[in-house]
Design a protein around this ligand. Structure first.
Ligand SMILES: Nc1ncnc2c1ncn2[C@@H]1O[C@H](COP(=O)(O)OP(=O)(O)O)[C@@H](O)[C@H]1O
Ligand SMILES: [Mg+2]
Length: 302
């Protein structure tokens, strides 16, 4: 294992806190996997998460090369049910590569992959989907010329006898979208080409949560969105975690990361340099981890 402080957070029933800010009554010292400190609002408050300590995703020792280029080095990564885990890192740090390992698109060359505590083999997107792991890719992979319902069920259409069960699919599309509290979607028979960037992102997220998913990974969902649409997508992200899903959010935007995440995992040149609770770190520490791999006690040992 790379000697990284903080990467073991979440691997044990009681997590160690790292780099805790000064909080009244030493509350930060008592943080466990059963709760988190509420941010903002003055005094520190305890909020139970009410979730099990077993991570939904638990990857360790992950190596991944493309040809002769080694992209991921001994990477550890956890994501917990009911939480948003932000995956951060500079361009080229390996975020998308790690997501492709998680989703079985490019399986790791080496390493352990546990799902809900059990060792599993995720060698294809189908294996991932069977476990309830869904990826919303950076490019969304929606078909412009097809409508919302067709996109949601692409390759997994509902049938009644030999015919497609259009009514059932429309109903599922409507209820899934309204469950995400999408105000301005209109008809589920609109073609993707007619939708805004935020609406497309919402359709891609709906496609990921349509299947009783347990883990949803979003690769830069707000990268191309304006302020209001970003806000809407972040609300959806938070709501998915509040429903009990383990949500992994890749983002470059520190404001977004600090607004919605419970934990932050920082990649630096293909190495996981820290996994910390969001409440325990500052913007500045995370920016330092992203740009240099080290911030005080956190990150790579020199
Ligand atoms: N399919 C590929 N073939 C070869 N190199 C790749 C491939 N995908 C990514 N890389 C390289 O892997 C590194 C990490 O890329 P990526 O995971 O996309 O980073 P990030 O998402 O953090 O920006 C980069 O140096 C990139 O050029
Ligand atoms: Mg990327």
């Amino acid at each position: 294992m790379t000697p990284v402080r903080g990467a073991e957070d979440g691997w044990e029933p009681v997590a160690r806190t790292i780099g805790s800010p000064a909080l009244p009554g030493g509350v930060a010292d008592t943080l466990t996997d059963h709760g988190r400190l509420a941010r903002g609002g003055g005094a520190a408050r305890w909020e139970p998460l009410g979730m099990s300590v077993t991570p939904a995703l638990d990857l360790r020792g992950i190596d991944k090369s493309y040809g002769s280029v080694k992209v991921l080095h001994d990477v550890a990564f956890c994501a917990h049910p009911g939480e948003v885990t932000a995956l951060v890192g500079d361009n080229g740090a390996g975020k998308t590569t790690l997501v492709k390992c998680i989703g079985g698109i490019h399986p790791p060359d080496r390493g352990e992959y546990r799902f809900e505590g059990r060792p599993v083999r995720v060698g294809s997107p189908r294996d991932a989907a069977r476990l309830g792991i869904e990826i919303v890719h950076q490019d969304l992979a929606l078909c412009e010329n097809l409508d919302i319902v067709q996109n949601l069920f692409l390759g997994r259409e509902r049938r009644r006898g030999l015919a497609l069960d259009e009514a059932a699919m429309e109903e599922m599309a409507r209820s899934t979208l309204s469950g995400l509290a999408v105000r301005t979607m209109g008809s589920v028979r609109q073609r993707i080409a007619t939708l805004s960037g935020g609406q497309r992102q919402t359709v891609a997220i709906a496609r990921a949560v349509l299947w009783d998913s347990k883990v949803v990974v979003l690769d830069e969902p707000a990268a191309a969105l304006g302020v209001a649409q970003t806000q809407q997508v972040l609300e959806i992200v938070r709501r998915l975690a509040d429903r009990g899903l383990a949500v992994v959010l890749i983002s470059h935007n520190m404001n977004d990361v600090f607004a919605v995440s419970d934990r932050i995992a920082a990649l630096y040149l293909g190495r996981m340099v820290a996994q910390v609770r969001t409440a325990d770190v500052t913007h500045r520490q995370i920016v330092e981890l992203i740009t240099s791999g080290v911030s005080g006690e956190l990150g790579l040992r020199r």
